[in-house]
Structures are given as C-alpha cells and as structure tokens.
Write a protein that binds this ligand. Structure first.
Ligand SMILES: [Zn+2]
Length: 119
C-alpha cells in the first residue's frame, strides 16, 4: 500500500493530521516525530473537515491566479473541530466571516492545498 501524505491526498479528501499518542498532540504537516515531546512513534489520522473560521484575508491583487481562479479570492485560517490546535490555511470560493462553520477538504497538490466551504 502506498503511504499518503497531505500532498498526495485526492481532491475532496478529508484533512489528514499526524498524532502523538504520548502527549496527544496533533499537527498538519507530516514530520515523523512529535514537535512537542519529540516522540518518534506517531500516526497519521484522517479527521472530519468540520472547522471554524479563525481569520479571513481577501486577496485583491495577486502575482498569479490562485487554484480557484483570479483575484479577488479569499484565504482563511480555520481551526479543525477534531483537533483545535491544528489551523488549516484554505482557499474559500465563497465569502466567509470569522466564526463561520466550514468544511475543509483537500483541493489540490500544490499552493494552498485545502478548500473551505460553508458547512
Ligand atoms: Zn508528543
């Protein structure tokens, strides 16, 4: 079986986080060790994409087109409900505000790889 990292998950997939059983810490980017306690035995877990918007940025002028089209577009930071210590940066095709409930899914392999849509 091919091991999947966040960069190879298919579009529409739920977020995958790495988890440390020793200190119960979660993080988004695969490291192979716990950044909090240093434990080497970590596991990848697929979690629900349910999240809450923590910050919103509207990009009006961009150097290049985003993965969801030309500017203006929105980038949000959202905290995953399953592990609130994990903040995901995602492109948002629809207007969102801080505190909105969203569903985070995988969008593409490069750039901002996640998509936030109203829950
Ligand atoms: Zn740990």
């Amino acid at each position: 079986m091919t091991e999947q990292t966040p960069s190879t998950l298919p579009a529409g997939a739920m977020p995958e986080v790495e988890h440390c059983a020793r200190c119960d810490h979660h993080w988004l980017t695969r490291r192979g060790f716990c950044p909090r306690c240093g434990a080497p035995d970590t596991q990848m877990e697929t979690v629900s994409g349910t999240a809450e918007v923590h910050a919103v940025t509207v990009v009006h002028r961009a150097v290049q087109e985003s993965a969801i089209g030309p500017a203006p577009y929105r980038i949000v930071l959202a905290k995953l409900e399953a592990c609130p210590e994990v903040t995901v940066m995602a492109l948002a095709p629809e207007p969102l505000e801080i505190g909105d409930a969203v569903r985070i899914t995988r969008h593409g392999a490069t750039g901002a790889p996640y998509l936030a849509q109203p829950a």
